[in-house]
Design a protein around this ligand. Structure first.
Ligand SMILES: Nc1ncnc2c1ncn2[C@@H]1O[C@H](COP(=O)(O)OP(=O)(O)OP(=O)(O)O)[C@@H](O)[C@H]1O
Ligand SMILES: [Mg+2]
Length: 470
C-alpha cells in the first residue's frame, strides 16, 4: 500500500487568472457581517454580499460540509466578483478551487472524474508534524579551505542562545547551505535536524549597531533563549487531490506541476481517505473544508447534476458555490427546461442569492475603482460619460473602454483621458446593442443569414445525446 507522503510546498495548483477582478480584495464586510457601501474594491450589491458573508463565516468555522450556494442574476451584476471576494476573504490557508462549467468537458477524463478532482482539490488536510531544530545566534563561522583545492570542505559553527554556546562541526552540505543563505556572524538561524535545511530568521538586536550600512529590509530579532535544540511544531496544508496525485504511481509528484493528472484510481482515493482518517484519530491532522466554485454552472449537464446531488451528501464534501446568469432554460442533456438551467431537485438543496442591477451611482464608483486599478487618469467629464455608457450599454463594455481610451490618450501624448478619447473609442468599437442593431439592419448582406429554427434555445436532440454517451 502506498503510504501518504507530504510534499514540502503547498498550493501548487492554485493559479488563478483574475484580471477582470483584480480590484476585489474581499467582500468588504464589517465585524458584524454588514456590507460597507464601498470597501475592499466592492461596491453596492449589499444584500448579496451580506449573504455571502454569512456563508463565509460558516466556512471559516469549518464545521459544516456539503452546503451549496447559487449566485444568480443578470450578466455583469457581480456574481463572479462576489465569489472572488469570498476567495480573497478566506485567505490562502483554506482551499478555494475555481472551475468554469465548460471546463469539465475535457477529453482526458470523464466529467464525473473532473468534478471529483474539483471536490478533492477543495478539501484541505492540515497536518501537524513535530521536528527537531537547532536555533541560535551565529557567533562565528570558520571554514577551512582544503589544501588541494577540491577536497571536502570542513568547518566549525559556533551558535549561542542567551544561556549556552556550542560549537558544531560542519560538512560540505552544511557549508554550502550557509553560503547560499549568506549567513554571517550576528544572524539568528534555525537548522532543521532531519533535513539539514538552514533558514535565516533575521539579525540579532545585539548586533544592530555594528553596521550602519544595512538595508531597510533587514529584520532584527532577539537572541533565542534556553536550549539550542528545540522541538517545533510545523503545520502544512495540502489538498486531498494533491495527496492523490503524489501517491498515484502512474502520475507521480511532477504531474502536479504539469497539470495533466489524468484519471486517478478509486483505490488510491480510498487509501488516502483511510490514511487521513487514521491521522485524524491520532490527532496529527485535521480536515479544512474549502470551497469549490463552479462558474457558469448551466454548462453542466444532467449527469453532472445527479453526481452533485449525491456528492453533496458525503461528509467530506466542500462548500459548493455556483453562479449562473440564465433564466428558465433547457437543462443540458435533456429536453426539459428548468430555472437557471438546473434540475429542481438540485436547486432545492441550494441556498440562492440573487444579484441586482446597479444604480448609476454604483456604476460610477465601480468605474472609478477600475480606473485606479488600471492606473488610468481620467477627467471628471470623461468619467461621467463612461458612466452613461455603462448605463446604456453595459458595465463590462465601459470597463473595457478604460484601457483602450488610455491607449488612445497615450497615442496623442496626453496624460489624462478626456471626453474626446472616450468618444473616439466609442466610435471605434461597438457594444452589443449597436452591433445587434447593425446585424438586424444588414442581415441580408452577411453569409448564412437565414434562420432555420424559430427557437434558438430548442434542443438539438442529437447533440444532447452525444454529450451523455462516452
Ligand atoms: N459590486 C461590485 N464591486 C466592484 N466591482 C464589481 C462589482 N460587480 C461587478 N464588478 C466588476 O464588474 C465586472 C463584471 O462583473 P462580473 O464578472 O462579476 O459579472 P457576472 O455577474 O459574473 O456576469 P456574467 O453573468 O456575465 O458572468 C467585473 O470586472 C467585476 O469585477
Ligand atoms: Mg461571471
Amino acid at each position: 500500500m502506498a503510504t501518504a507522503k507530504v510534499p514540502e510546498s503547498q498550493d501548487v495548483t492554485r493559479i488563478e487568472r483574475i484580471g477582470a477582478h483584480s480590484h476585489i480584495r474581499g467582500l468588504g464586510l464589517d465585524d458584524t457581517l454588514d456590507a460597507r457601501v464601498v470597501s475592499q474594491g466592492m461596491v453596492g450589491q449589499l444584500q448579496a454580499r451580506r449573504a455571502a458573508g454569512v456563508i463565509l463565516k460558516m466556512i471559516q468555522e469549518g464545521k459544516i460540509a456539503g452546503r451549496a450556494l447559487l449566485i444568480a442574476g443578470q450578466p455583469g451584476t457581480g456574481k463572479t466578483a462576489i465569489a472572488m471576494g469570498m476567495a480573497q476573504a478566506l485567505g490562502t490557508d483554506t482551499p478555494f478551487t475555481m472551475l468554469s462549467g465548460s471546463e469539465i468537458y475535457s477529453l482526458e477524463m470523464s466529467r464525473t472524474e473532473a468534478l471529483t478532482q474539483g471536490f478533492r482539490r477543495s478539501i484541505g488536510v492540515r497536518i501537524k508534524e513535530e521536528t527537531e531544530i537547532i536555533e541560535g545566534e551565529v557567533v562565528e563561522i570558520q571554514i577551512d579551505k582544503p589544501a588541494s583545492g577540491n577536497g571536502e570542505k570542513r568547518g566549525k559553527l559556533t551558535l549561542k542562545t542567551t544561556e549556552m554556546e556550542t560549537i558544531y562541526d560542519l560538512g560540505t552540505k552544511m557549508i554550502e547551505g550557509l553560503i547560499k543563505e549568506k549567513v554571517q556572524a550576528g544572524d539568528v538561524i534555525t537548522i532543521d535536524k532531519a533535513s539539514g535545511k538552514i533558514s535565516k530568521l533575521g539579525r540579532s538586536f545585539a548586533r544592530a549597531r555594528d553596521y550602519d550600512a544595512m538595508g531597510s529590509s533587514t529584520k532584527f530579532v532577539q537572541c533565542p533563549e534556553g536550549e539550542l535544540q528545540k522541538r517545533k511544531e510545523v503545520v502544512h496544508t495540502v489538498s486531498l487531490h494533491e495527496m492523490d496525485v503524489i501517491n498515484s504511481r502512474a502520475q507521480g509528484f511532477l504531474a502536479l506541476f504539469a497539470g495533466d493528472t489524468g484519471e486517478i484510481k478509486q483505490e488510491i482515493r480510498e487509501q488516502i481517505d483511510q490514511k487521513v482518517s487514521e491521522w485524524r484519530e491520532e490527532g496529527k491532522a485535521e480536515i479544512v473544508p474549502g470551497v469549490l466554485f463552479i462558474d457558469e454552472v448551466h454548462m453542466l449537464d444532467v449527469e453532472c447534476y445527479s453526481f452533485l446531488n449525491r456528492a453533496l451528501e458525503s461528509p467530506m464534501a466542500p462548500i459548493l458555490v455556483f453562479a449562473t446568469n440564465r433564466g428558465i432554460t433547457r437543462i443540458r442533456g435533456t429536453n426539459y427546461k428548468g430555472p437557471h438551467g438546473m434540475p429542481i431537485d438540485l436547486l432545492d438543496r441550494l441556498l440562492i442569492i440573487s444579484t441586482q442591477p446597479y444604480s448609476e451611482k454604483e456604476l460610477a464608483q465601480i468605474l472609478n475603482i477600475r480606473c485606479e486599478e488600471e492606473d488610468v487618469e481620467m477627467t471628471e467629464d470623461a468619467k461621467d460619460l463612461l458612466t452613461k455608457i455603462a448605463v446604456d450599454a453595459s458595465l463590462r463594455y465601459a470597463i473595457h473602454m478604460i484601457t483602450v481610451s488610455s491607449l488612445v490618450c497615450a497615442k496623442r501624448k496626453g496624460t489624462e483621458v478626456t471626453v474626446e478619447d472616450v468618444k473616439k473609442v466609442y466610435g471605434l468599437f461597438s457594444d452589443v446593442k449597436r452591433s445587434t442593431q447593425f446585424m438586424m439592419e444588414h442581415q441580408n448582406e452577411f453569409m448564412f443569414s437565414e434562420i432555420t429554427h424559430s427557437e434558438p434555445d430548442a434542443p438539438a436532440a442529437a447533440e444532447g445525446d452525444a454529450m451523455t454517451t462516452d
